[in-house]
Each structure stands twice: as structure tokens, then as C-alpha cells.
Design a protein around this ligand. Sequence first.
Ligand code: MN3
Length: 199
Amino acid sequence: MAFTLPDLPYAHDALEDGGMSKETMEYHHDKHHKAYVDKLNELVKGTEWEGKSLEDIVKGTYKPGEVAQSGIFNNASQHWNHNQFWEMMTPNPGAMPSELESCIKDCFGSVDDFKKKFTEDGVGQFGSGWVWLVKGDDDKMEVLKTENGVNPLCHGKTALLGCDVWEHSYYIDFRNKRPDYLKNFLDNLVNWENVASRM
Ligand code: MN3
């Protein structure tokens, strides 16, 4: 069955109070994410990957250590990444669940130290990519930055939180100010309940 673009879990203008505009969502979800889905469907047709799960395609087509990944990988991983990203934000960010907060404190010292590390790595990802909070098999949390469409599945890690640092995700609202976009994301947009549910 062909892959489909999921609806956003909230209205296009729902994140405006949190600093992410309706215009950004219209471009980012309706155009950029849709393009990955359409291209993926086109590329897998007639290949061994047709009918496979998205996770299997991402893991099966990733070439470790290589800068140039295949078109199937790039579009499959970006489809997966954006599916997670929309779920990781909310118009009503509540307090961080205590279990998540204590794990973050154990691994990073404090919530502020975690936010600092996440922002620094997101800013430090040269060019397009993502920054993640991940958990490994040892239950240890770490921040991971990845280039282009590469994601935690490629590294055998569980994605708890991810932020898109491709320019298309912030240029309308923050222009070239990626640090401001990342700070706003952490302070005003993260669905911490969703992050905790991934632990
Ligand atoms: Mn994007």
C-alpha cells in the first residue's frame, strides 16, 4: 500500500501562539512533507521495498558512514522524521512528566543543561539535518545530531524528541536565526507527554 501524508494532529494555525506560524505549517507539512511521501511512493514502485514498512525501508537502505544516501532512503527517512516531529509538538505544552524530568537530570545534570546541549548540537549541525534526544539499549539518554534525513533508527536508538533544523522549518518565522528557533521549540512547542511516552 502506498504511503500517505498524515493529517497534522492539530490545526495548521494551532502552534501560532507557540511561535510556529500557519504559513510555516502550510509549507512544511502540506508541501515539503508531502513531497517526500510522493517521491517515496514513486521511487519504491517495482522495487524490493514496495510494500515494506517505513521503518524497514529506513533501516534497510541506510548506508552507514556515507554522505550520499539513496533517494529511497532520503525520502523514507524524511517521511518518518516528519511523522515524529508533528507528534512531538503541541499547542498546549504542559509540565515535563516527573519520570522524564528525573531521567534528564540523571543524564544531563539539569533540564537547563539538557536544553543547552540540544540547542548547541542543533545549531552545530552544519547544513540540513536534525537534532534528537535519544535513548539507547542501555537506557542512557543522549543528544544526537544527524545530517539530512539520517535519524536515530539508523543508529539503533529510540527517538524521544527530534527537531528539524532544515532551513524550511524556521526561515519563515525566524529567518536565519536557528538558535532562536531551537530555544522557542524547547520552551513553547514540545509535547513532553509524547516524549515521555516514547521512553
Ligand atoms: Mn522538514
